[in-house]
Design a protein. Sequence first.
Length: 163
Amino acid sequence: MEDMQPRDIVGEGREYHWSYFDGTSRRLIVTNVETRFPTGELIVSQTDAQGIITMCNDAFVHMSGFSREQLLGTPHSILRHPDMPKAAFADLWNTVDEGTRWSGYVKNLRRDGGFYWVYATVIPKIRNGVVVGHTSVRREPSRDKVEELAAVYATMRAEEGRV
Ligand SMILES: Cc1cc2nc3c(=O)[nH]c(=O)nc-3n(C[C@H](O)[C@H](O)[C@H](O)COP(=O)(O)O)c2cc1C
């Protein structure tokens, strides 16, 4: 994935050199600007077995700030916000790899450096006992839960050695 570019950022940004699970890394630029989840909408995407995005709806494109062309063929970690603890995604992958659906609160990174919170459900697609892909549906999160989870995730990040 490409480095985030200062020209795309809206607001005052902090820089991170971020490493992904697959060993790749890139520059992130992160602001404190929140975009609220659009009430009544659903953000939907599908992946192949490797977790690469194969389909995303208009709400996904709109909220992430990326074009559909930039999203298709890319892993969901393009949305990975540095405030999310590693353990949350480990739990997600362990759960769906067992063939079970996972739900949780996720803070996502936008192309412009801002963020948006979602309540996500990830459903593995199983054929002949094998996970062949996933569908993820994100709903508007409860504000109380967002406040609660932001604090929980900060504690988890500290336990992972990140402030
Ligand atoms: C169907 C599906 C949807 C996902 N959606 C997101 C998402 O919206 N935001 C996100 O940060 N990670 C999402 N993930 C998790 C990413 O695959 C990845 O594990 C995470 O971004 C952490 O990146 P890393 O594992 O490279 O450290 C999703 C995974 C699956 C299978």
